[in-house]
Each structure stands twice: as C-alpha cells, then as structure tokens.
Design a protein around this ligand. Structure first.
Ligand code: AMP
Length: 111
C-alpha cells in the first residue's frame, strides 16, 4: 500500500533501525520506545490489522509468533517480555499495518 508507513519501511523508502529480517517479516526498533527494549515485528506483506486476517495469512502469523522468543533472546530480554497488538483506533492502533510490539528490559509496569 503506497501510503502505508510500514510498507515504506519494508521497501526501504523510509529508514528504520532494523534488527532482523527474513523473507516474511521485518523487525525494527520503535522510534519512540516505551521500554528499554521496544521492537516492532511486522509482516512484509500489507495486512491492515488483526481484523483483516484471513486463512491466507496463517503462515506469516505463525512465523511471527514463533520468532518472538528468538527475537526476545537476541535482544537480551528472553527471560521476560511483553507483546502487544493494538487493533483499531479505539484499541490504540496508530499505524494501520499489523505489528506486534515486543517490549522488555527492567521491570515492566503492570496494567
Ligand atoms: P500502534 O499505536 O500500535 O499503531 O504503534 C505504532 C508504533 O509505531 C508506535 O509505537 C510508534 O512509536 C511507532 N512508529 C511510528 N513511526 C515509526 C518509525 N518511522 N519507525 C519506527 N517506529 C515508528
């Protein structure tokens, strides 16, 4: 999608602090971190949000989930981390390209 910020990051048209990439996903540091470590995992293909998922995306979503523990370990937070997916404006989603926030470091506050 041409006006999607995260698609532009995937395409390399907007710079990012990339920490991991494979054929299905890209992982980069959040520009405004809310924890010592704050990464964003995104599918390379444009999926607007959890609400737009279909069976077609099964493999990429499973891949994202399976990479989380590895990425957390790589970022030094393998012993404890938080994952968040905001969905829709009322759920706090600002960028409408599916992403998982991966956060940790120090002691995260409770909800
Ligand atoms: P959400 O509110 O779940 O849509 O989260 C969007 C996240 O993207 C926020 O935590 C922003 O700080 C982050 N963000 C926005 N623009 C960029 C960017 N250019 N590079 C990295 N992270 C970004």
């Amino acid at each position: 999608m041409s006006d999607c910020l995260f698609c532009k990051i995937v395409a390399g048209d907007v710079p990012s602090d990339k920490v991991y990439e494979d054929e299905k996903i890209l992982v980069f540091r959040d520009i405004a971190p809310k924890a010592e470590v704050h990464l964003l995992l995104i599918p390379k293909e444009h999926i607007e949000s959890l609400n737009e998922l279909s069976a077609l995306e099964d493999s990429v979503v499973l891949h994202m989930m399976q990479q989380l523990p590895l990425l957390a370990a790589m970022a030094g937070i393998g012993d404890g981390y938080r994952t968040i997916i905001n969905t829709g404006q009322r759920g706090g989603q600002v960028v409408f390209h599916l992403h998982i926030h991966l956060m940790g470091g120090g002691k995260l506050p409770g909800f």
